[in-house]
Write a protein that binds this ligand. Sequence first.
Ligand code: IVH
Length: 665
Amino acid sequence: MQIAEVQAKIQALSAELKEHNYRYYVLAEPTISDHQFDIKLKELEALEKQYPEFTLADSPTQHVGGSLLEEFKTVPHKRRMLSLGNTYSEEELLEFDERVRKSLGIAEVEYVCELKIDGLAISLFYENGQLSQAITRGDGFQGDDVTENVKTIRSVKQQLHGNYPASFEIRGEIFMHRKGFEKLNAQRAEHGEAQYANPRNVASGSLKIKDPKEVAKRPLDITLYHFLADSNPFASHSESLQNAHQWGIKTAEHSQTCPNIQAVFQYLNHWNEARHHLGYDTDGVVIKVNSFRYQEELGFTAKVPRWAIAYKFQTETASSTLLGITYQVGRTGAITPVAELQPVQLLGTTVKRASLHNANEIERLDVRVGDAVFVEKGGEIIPKIVGVDFSRRNPNSAPHPYITHCPECNTQLQRKEGEAQHYCPNIDECPPQAIGKIEHFVGRKAMDIQSIGAEMAETLYAAGLVKDLPDLYTLTFEQVLALDRVGEKTATNLIQGIEESKKQPFERVLFGLGIRYVGETVAKKLAAGMGNIDNLMAASAEQLIGIDEIGERIAESVVQYFSDPKHIMGIESMKTAGLIFTAIEKESLGDGLAGKTLVISGVFAKHSRDEIKALIEAHGGKVGSGVTGKTDFLVAGDGIGPSKLEKATQLGVQIISEDQFLELL
Ligand code: IVH
C-alpha cells in the first residue's frame, strides 16, 4: 500500500468503527456482529502500530486507554454542580408541583421524567464537537479531571456529528449494568480477588484508577441528562436532549414529557414496577420543569434547583430479629457472613436471610445476635440490614466474635492487609474450594470436559470419587455408574470426556490447575516461556518474571503453588495418566516462516485449523486473526469468508491453499 493509501485506510476504518460504536452503544442497534467489529478494530490497531503518525487523536482504538496518570488535576466547575432535593412521598411531590405552578402563575406545568440512575455524576465539555474535558462532581465547586478515563467508556461520544453548538457542557451519570458487574466479579473470583459490593461502588471506584488501560476493562456506561451552554439555543430540556442525541450523545433512556403532574404519577407507577426488569439499578425518578425559560424563572435555592426534584422509590423497611450469623465459603475461599433472620414480609416476599458482606460491615452496624434489626429491600434484589434498634438491645449482649476458622474445613482464616474479606487458605481440601477447582478444571476454556458440569463435580466430590484433579483420571465406568441417578449413557459419556481431555495442550492443562492469577493468557505465556512443566516447576520467581507479561504477583503465586509437595505429586500422577505437560515446540521445525504473519480461514482437508496454527507457530510464524496490511499469506480453505478474500485481494496479500501452505513449509 502507498503511504497515502495507508492514511486514507486508517481514516476510513476509524470512521467506520466510530459509526459502529455509536450504533452499538448509543442507539443499541448494531449492524455488524461483535466478531466482525473486533476484526476491523484489530486491523486498525495493526495499521496504527505500523504507522503511528496517522493515528487519529480520537481513534476508536483509544478506547483501550491512554498512558498512566500521575494524579487527577482538581479543576473548578464552570457552573456549580448541584444536587437535587428529594422526596419519598407523593404528597411532597404534589406540594412541589403547587410551588412551581404558583411561582410561575400558571395552571399546568409540563414536566420531563427521567429515571434516576445511581452512579457517579460527571460533567462533559465539548469544544467544536470534540470531547475536551470530563470532570467529577467533587464538592460541587471543583472536581477531578478524569478525561482520560472517561474516554475509555465506549458510549461516550468523542467526536460529535451534525449541527452541534461550538461550545457546551452536558452532565450525566456514569454507571455500570448489573450484567457487567456480575461478569467483573466473576473474573475477580477467578483471579482470587475480593468481590465488589455493588455496581455503584465499582463505577465510582473505576474512575479514580490511575491507569486508563485498567479503566477500559471495566464495563462502564454513561447517561447524559443536563445540557448547559452560555447561549442556550433550545427552548426546553427535552428539545436540548433530543438534539444532543442527534449529535451522537447517549442521552437518558426512557425519559418522557408529561403535560402535568398527573402524568408524572402515571410514569412513577409504571416504573416502580418496571424498574425491576432493567439491566441496571435505578433508585427513583427525576422530575424536571421542561421549559428552560421557566427553569430560569424558578432558579435555585442555596443548594438545589427549584425546577427539579428527585422522587425516590419506596424501599420497604421491616423489623426483624437477628437469630444468628452463618458463614458461606465461596469457590475462591472468600468468607461471606449471612444474617439469619426471623422471617419477615418485604415487598411481597418472605425474607429469611440477608448478606452482611464482611467483618467490617458487622462492626460498622455493631449488630449482635438477638438484636432487633431493620431490614430493607429496595432497587436491589438482595435484602440488607440497614440498622439496629439499639433501644431494644439486650443489655447483656456482646459484640459478635467473627469466626477465626473455616466453617467448612476448620482451617484458620486469613485476611490480607487492606482487604475486607477473610479467606480460607485451604485451597485443596476445603470442600467448596475443592469443588470449585474441579469445576474450573473441566471448564470450557480449560480441559473442556463437557460431560462434567457443576452438579456432577459436586456429586463426584461428595461421593469421595474425585477429591482432587488427578482423581478424575483414575475414575472408572463402574464407579460412575454406581452413583445415584447415573445411567450407562451418562457414565460412558463422562469417562469418554475425561479420556479425550488428555489430548488438551499443555497451556490448557496449566490454566486448568487453577493457580491463582494464572488466567488463560498467562498460562499460554508460561507454557511457551518454559516449554514444559518440569522447567516451570523448577523456575525461580526471577526466571518467571523474565517471561513477557509475567509480573511479580504471578511469579510468586506460581512458585508458591509448586512449593507444595501435594501439587507436585498431583502433577506426577496426571503425567502418568497421559496428560500433556509439554508445549508444542515452537522452533523445532525451523524458522522458515520467521517474521511472517499468516491468517487462516475456512476448513481444510488434511489438517484441522488448530494443527495448521500449530504448524505456523512451529515454523516461527505468527497467526493473525484478521487480514491486515501486515498479513503475508492468507491460507484459504473451503468455505472461506468472502470478506477475508476480498480484503486480501484489496491489500495484495498472497492467498494460498492448504497444499501450497504445506509446500511452503
Ligand atoms: S439532574 C441541577 N437528572 O442524582 C440538576 N440528576 O440525587 C442536577 N441523577 O446530582 C441533576 N439521574 O447525580 C438529574 N436524570 C437525572 C439524574 C440525576 C441521576 C443524580 C445526579 C444528581 C443526583 C441527585
